[in-house]
Design a protein around this ligand. Structure first.
Ligand SMILES: Cc1ncc(COP(=O)(O)O)c(C=O)c1O
Length: 394
């Protein structure tokens, strides 16, 4: 048995393997540089429009609006659907944005439990959380694995509730052949530095609703119709008309240029993730103690995250030991009901057993498109080393 680095042995790697890395080439640098040199760097110009058109086409949806974050997209989705003064249902196992945006609209975040296997919104828990005050639900496709959207959409329709997909993790993934983010009322994406399509910070709102699409162009631009004048070559033509209250949620064309290059290679990048994940699945499923991710028959994942399941009593040790071996490993989310913001709203430990089990047993391993053959072999080697030690020791 190899001596673990945490016990003074030699680590699998000298230099730590990152848990994620954006996949940038000279295309992104050149595209951003072209926009900078053009002198037209604010948002809503040609490159942003091209990105919006191409992403809408890729997703099979009528409208896409490029924004400066997914949080902005979630916030605007509530405004467009007039979801005010009531309740918003969110899974507890998600990033705070999913539930928090409701607070801006006087919507009480109503948390629901997740299914243990995928960490996605549990449909029964969602149904139980519905009241007369429910305005919207935000299913979040954790790790790029689809929620059960047919069941969620059906229940929502029966109860007159809007469905806003939090597809922050999910670009390029699908449910029964349909692209995630594009199979409910509205979909929200993130292009934050940690996501599958990266432009630094950024997001998009997608919908098939023409009226909402027109409104969101105004809302993102401080409540003005400035966007519609932006196509003029002579920039003196850029006047604006203030027509409503609004936000500054527009995104720069510099970042649109980067996003556009990333979109061109999105399928290739997701394909690279897929082959690494398949390698992990084949190797890690042979090891005792740990379980590879569950993929439901309706889901085609984009492998935004690779999460293994480990015994609760060994989780902390496994994370520490892998990090000492030079392999980044971590948890992903602490469920929302365990955070102070949500404690103040009345939630407490014990409220959502499955989400707590996910928190106690899911461990994230490195997965990103630029990983080499040696990188992935090192990950498997380190996991094997740690599992072998635990098996012998306990
Ligand atoms: C599930 C989920 N929703 C929303 C967000 C917010 O995304 P952004 O940083 O683009 O606002 C994140 C960010 O990581 C996320 O993971």
């Amino acid at each position: 048995m190899e001596k673990l680095a945490i016990n003074g042995g030699k680590s699998v790697r000298k230099e730590k393997l990152w848990i994620l890395k954006p996949y940038f080439g000279k295309e992104e640098t050149n595209a951003a540089s072209r926009v900078i040199k053009s002198g037209i760097v604010e948002g809503g110009n040609k490159i942003s429009e091209e990105f919006e058109e191409k992403l809408a086409k890729y997703l099979g949806v009528k409208h896409c609006i490029f924004l400066n974050s997914c949080t902005a997209a979630l916030h605007l989705a509530l405004i467009l659907t007039k979801s005010f003064n009531g309740e918003l249902i969110s899974p507890t196992y998600t990033f705070t944005s999913t539930a928090m945006v409701g607070l801006h609209n006087k919507l009480n975040p109503i948390l629901a439990d997740v299914e243990y296997e995928t960490a996605n919104l549990d449909v029964n828990s969602f149904e139980e959380a519905i009241t007369k005050k429910t305005r919207a639900v935000m299913p979040m496709h954790f790790a790029g694995h689809a929620c059960d959207m047919d069941r969620i959409n059906k229940i929502a329709k029966e109860n007159n509730i809007f469905v806003i997909e939090d597809a922050a993790h999910a670009i390029g993934a699908s449910y029964k052949g349909k692209k995630l983010g594009a199979i409910s009322d509205l979909g929200c994406f993130s292009f934050h530095g940690t996501k599958n399509l990266v432009c630094g910070e950024g997001g998009a709102l997608v919908t098939n609703n023409d009226i909402w699409a027109e409104k969101v162009h105004i809302l993102k631009e401080k409540g003005t119709k400035k966007h519609f004048f932006a196509k003029e070559k002579d920039r003196l033509g850029r006047t604006f008309e203030a027509v409503s209250a609004g936000f500054s949620f527009i995104q720069s064309d510099i970042l649109a240029a980067i996003a556009l290059e990333q979109l061109k290679k999105l399928d290739k990048m997701n394909g690279m993730r897929d082959s690494i994940a398949k390698y992990y699945n084949s190797k890690l499923s042979k090891l005792s103690l740990i379980k590879a991710p569950t993929i439901k028959e309706y889901a085609k994942t984009n492998w935004h995250l690779y999460m293994i399941k480990v015994p609760k009593e060994h989780k902390d040790f496994i994370i520490q030991a892998l990090n000492k071996e030079g392999i980044s490993a971590n948890i992903h989310y602490k469920p929302l009901h365990l955070h102070s913001l949500y404690n103040k709203l009345g939630y407490k430990k014990g409220d959502f057993p499955n989400a707590e089990k996910v928190f106690d047993t899911y461990v994230r391993l490195p997965l990103y498109p630029g990983m080499t053959k040696k990188d992935r072999e090192d990950v498997v080697h380190a996991v094997d080393k740690v599992v072998t030690y635990i098996n012998e020791k306990f």
